[in-house]
Design a protein around this ligand. Sequence first.
Ligand code: HEC
Length: 137
Amino acid sequence: MVRHSMMAAGIVFAAFASLAAQGQVEKAPEEYQKLMRQIGPTAQGLAKKTDHAEIAKDAAALRTLFTQVEAFWKQRKTEDAIKFAGAAQTAATEIETAAKAGNDAGIAAARKTLTGQCQACHTAHRDKMADGSWGIK
Ligand code: HEC
């Protein structure tokens, strides 16, 4: 009898361990969610703007925000996310440089690179939680 329940406990534990290994989705820390909630509208706003000075300003803000995103993933030692956050900073810098030069084609190209980082990181590390909000994995 005792032996039987110990075995059952072992099976339950193994199931938890394998879920953890798969990277269960969890609630993101509030500071992290705040960063994403600033990044979202800033990136969307930038896409609609035509004034080069304003685009440059938004791009600089995005670069700073992604510096903080990178620091977060460095703490978690998540290599691919660190890379996406780094590439997002580079793309933001390219947008800023192109905007200051009045180079619309350059802005468009760098924006595409930036959006690619959003998508890549979201595919790998963002998932819906049971309550429908976004979680981190
Ligand atoms: C390095 C990884 C990474 C990159 C790059 C990234 N995101 Fe996120 N993002 C996440 C994760 C993880 C979540 C889920 C946790 C959360 O909601 O904060 C998220 C959530 C979001 C949310 C939902 C926030 C909420 O909870 O309401 C928005 C909006 C968002 N990201 C926009 C963007 C945009 C736009 C970009 C690119 C310009 C981007 N993100 C780039 C990882 C990333």
